[in-house]
Design a protein around this ligand. Structure first.
Ligand code: GLN
Length: 280
């Protein structure tokens, strides 16, 4: 079997699910198995594939057909400027979340020396991307999930940030610390009753812990705001990802916990996605 034939077979199988991305997914799966770039795979279409790699390819295609997200099959996802190890214990880093990175960079200069906390860090994609861009920042990432913390630690090690970051497995309510200059968070904010409406790739594979915001979608958002009010120094900044429908209520919570809303920012599809607040 050669690579081009195998890609075609994979594409055909995936097209039965959806035409969208079938060929791309098939190419990504094969290049991942061969440990070469997709470009290289395409330049050498007649590369011979042995039986055991062919079997691995067929089994990955089968998983993709069952809607397992491509990031979990490949084991990584690109976010901002780096690759992040990604498995079903962490939410897959999303392009919309890069908005937080953009906004932090706009608000803090290159040489600033700041302490940052990431609440519900998951893969660590937010805080590690910020550390990449701000060499004097130091940080702590916390998460309720032990497995997520393990993934975040692997990412920190792989990207060589281990000396500027600590990852701690704890619930926000049990976390006590000195004060931070900035806090970032992408908490679970989807209403429990809406989880079932999410696409199968998300609802069947991504961790509910990272998605489920409780009966009104605000359980974790409220916890984050409440605790951040204690953990942020005066004039410290919080960058919080939310759903576009949550702006008004989130602003009310921010007022209640002594924050001033500096900016509501829109994501790539023009939806409100991130709130920047300052601790009064
Ligand atoms: N934006 C994510 C989604 O729609 C949800 C992330 C979250 O709850 N923090 O799948």
């Amino acid at each position: 079997m050669n690579s081009i034939k195998l890609i075609k077979i994979g594409t055909k199988i995936l097209e039965k699910n959806s035409k969208f991305n079938a060929a791309l997914d098939s190419e990504l799966i094969l290049s991942n198995i061969l440990k070469i770039t997709r470009e290289k795979l395409i330049i050498y279409p007649r590369k011979k594939i042995n039986k055991s790699l062919e079997n691995k390819f067929n089994s990955d295609i089968k998983e993709r057909k069952l809607k397992k997200p491509i990031a979990y099959i490949l084991g990584y996802k690109e976010f901002w400027k780096q690759k992040f190890i990604t498995n079903p214990s962490v939410l897959i880093p999303r392009p919309d979340t890069e908005l937080i990175i953009e906004k932090v960079l706009k608000n803090f200069k290159k040489n600033e020396n700041k302490n940052i906390l990431d609440i519900g860090t998951g893969s660590g994609c937010i805080i590690l991307s910020i550390l990449l861009e701000r060499k004097k920042f130091r940080g702590v990432g916390i998460d309720l999930s032990k497995q997520a913390i393990n993934v975040a630690k692997m990412n920190a090690k792989m990207q060589q940030f281990a000396n500027r970051i600590r990852f701690i497995n704890t619930d926000i309510d049990n976390f006590f610390s000195y004060k931070y200059d900035l806090i970032v968070s992408n908490p679970p904010y989807i209403k429990k009753s809406k989880i079932n409406n999410l696409i199968e790739d998300v609802k069947n594979f991504e961790p509910k812990l990272a998605l489920d915001g409780g009966p009104d979608g605000f359980s974790a958002v409220l916890k984050v705001i409440k605790k951040s009010s204690k953990l942020l120094r005066k004039n410290g900044m919080m960058f919080l990802e939310i759903d576009s429908t949550q702006v008004i209520k989130t602003k009310e919570m921010l007022i209640k916990y002594k924050f001033y809303t500096k900016e509501v920012c829109k994501d790539l599809s023009g939806e409100n996605r991130c709130i920047i607040a300052i601790k009064l």
